[in-house]
Design a protein around this ligand. Structure first.
Ligand SMILES: [Zn+2]
Length: 416
């Protein structure tokens, strides 16, 4: 009965462009870091639009925003749909904003079509997804109880604490965290990778998110003068680190689907005429296959031991982050896949390599995601780009999947 429902792609695009004026950068991106004036303004515009669409807006104690469209059965738990409006300092127009404004467009579309769903629908804007000044995805982490509110409040930012930051922008709300049952959570997002574009597809049916294992690695050698110290007796920690960077790349390239990155590398004392005595570095491994991810860590341990031996270095390899593979909810994934099939939108199953608020939600609330292609797979970059056609196609799939969930009268079991 909803087969003919279509979102308004032009209106969605116009809203994306208007939102992108807040914090617009000269290179065409946005700078909307949490707890800044731009964060406040984007929240204000979102609120204005939500109220114009007849939604009631509440803000919880960590600034997460929920805009509710009532359902026919007020006693039923709502379906949530959203993402985040904050950005990296040199971020793009679509990472996050697409998911929030696609949620809003669904509500506008249902209003236009005079459709009442059984369950309420809530459009969500999570606080500080990006992690530009606080740890990433903290709004959803606090909401789901994985991080205590008091601990989150106390976290420091460049200008104070998370609590003072929320106060500064007037978004330390009074609604308790996760104070009522939630039926399900949907998040639309740009893919942030090249797969959909390369395959000529328009929608990714996201079945889950990669498992992750992160490490810090410290090499210790001996600081010495760059001139008098012969090459053969050096204990150069940076040479060890250089071999480790290559080893990470080799390990990750050995098997399809593996990912390995050294993102930080700090030699000490970092002086042109001193042989580096110490290097601290990070390693980020990700994989869809949890068992193979363990093999990656074993290969890393072997490689680091050999590198340290060859270069006469001491080392400490320390695990820091372990995130299990996160499966999204089969029923909701099915709603998304069926919507793409019914609408004849080219799609494939895909696994998210990046973390999203949906990853925190998936642990406690039935959750899934919808991806759309982004140009050259680029994000966290002012050049980040999508097409208006893909934006529309993804939102139509999201809309049909959300309607299906919002008309389910039964609750969903959280799959283990
Ligand atoms: Zn994002």
């Amino acid at each position: 009965m909803y087969d003919n429902v279509r979102i308004n792609g032009g209106r969605l695009w116009d809203s994306l462009m208007e939102m992108a004026e807040i914090g617009a950068t000269p290179k065409g991106g946005v700078n909307r870091i949490s707890f800044t004036e731009e964060d406040r303004k984007s929240r204000g515009l979102f609120t204005t639009w939500c109220k114009a669409a007849g939604l009631s807006v509440t803000v919880d104690k960590f600034g997460n925003m929920f805009a509710r469209r009532p359902g026919r059965s007020p006693e039923l738990a709502p379906v949530m749909v959203g993402s985040h409006l904050d950005s990296q300092p040199t971020g793009g127009k679509f990472d996050g904003a697409y998911g929030v404004l696609a949620g809003l467009e669904i509500v506008r579309c249902l209003n236009d079509a005079g459709i009442e769903t059984e369950r309420p629908i809530e459009v969500v804007n999570w606080t500080n997804e990006e992690g530009a000044i606080l740890k990433p995805m903290i709004g959803s982490e606090v909401f789901t109880g994985a991080l205590a509110l008091e601990d989150a409040y106390a976290m420091t930012t460049p200008t104070g604490t998370a609590e003072s930051g929320l106060d500064d922008i007037g978004y330390k709300g009074d609604v308790a965290l996760w104070s009522y049952p939630v039926h399900s959570y949907f998040e639309a997002h740009i893919e942030q990778g090249p797969i959909l574009e390369d395959e000529g597809l328009r929608v990714g049916v996201v079945t889950g998110a990669f498992a992750q294992r992160w490490f810090t690695l410290k090499f210790e050698g001996l600081e010495a003068h760059a001139g008098p110290t012969p090459m053969a007796i050096r204990r150069d920690a940076l040479v060890g680190a250089a071999h480790a960077v290559i080893a990470v790349r080799e390990i990750a390239s050995r098997v399809d689907g593996r990912r390995g990155t050294v993102g930080c590398l700090n030699p000490y004392p970092s002086s042109p005429n001193v042989i580096p005595g110490t290097v601290d570095m990070t390693i980020d491994f990700r994989h869809d296959d949890e068992e193979d991810l363990i093999r990656m860590t074993e290969e890393l341990a072997e490689a680091v031991e050999a590198i340290a031996k060859d270069n006469n270095l001491d080392y400490e390899l320390t695990p820091t982050v372990h995130i299990s593979r996160i499966p999204f909810h089969e029923t909701l994934v099915g709603h998304v896949r069926k919507a793409a099939e019914d609408l004849e939108i080219p799609h494939c199953d895909i696994v998210s390599g990046a973390g999203h608020d949906a990853c925190h939600m998936a642990k406690v609330i039935p959750t899934t995601m919808v991806f759309i292609p982004c140009e050259d797979g680029i994000s966290h970059n002012e050049a980040e780009n999508i097409t208006s056609d893909d934006s529309e196609a993804g939102c139509n799939v999201l809309c049909h999947a959300v309607i299906a969930a919002a008309n389910m009268t039964q609750d969903l079991e959280l799959s283990s």
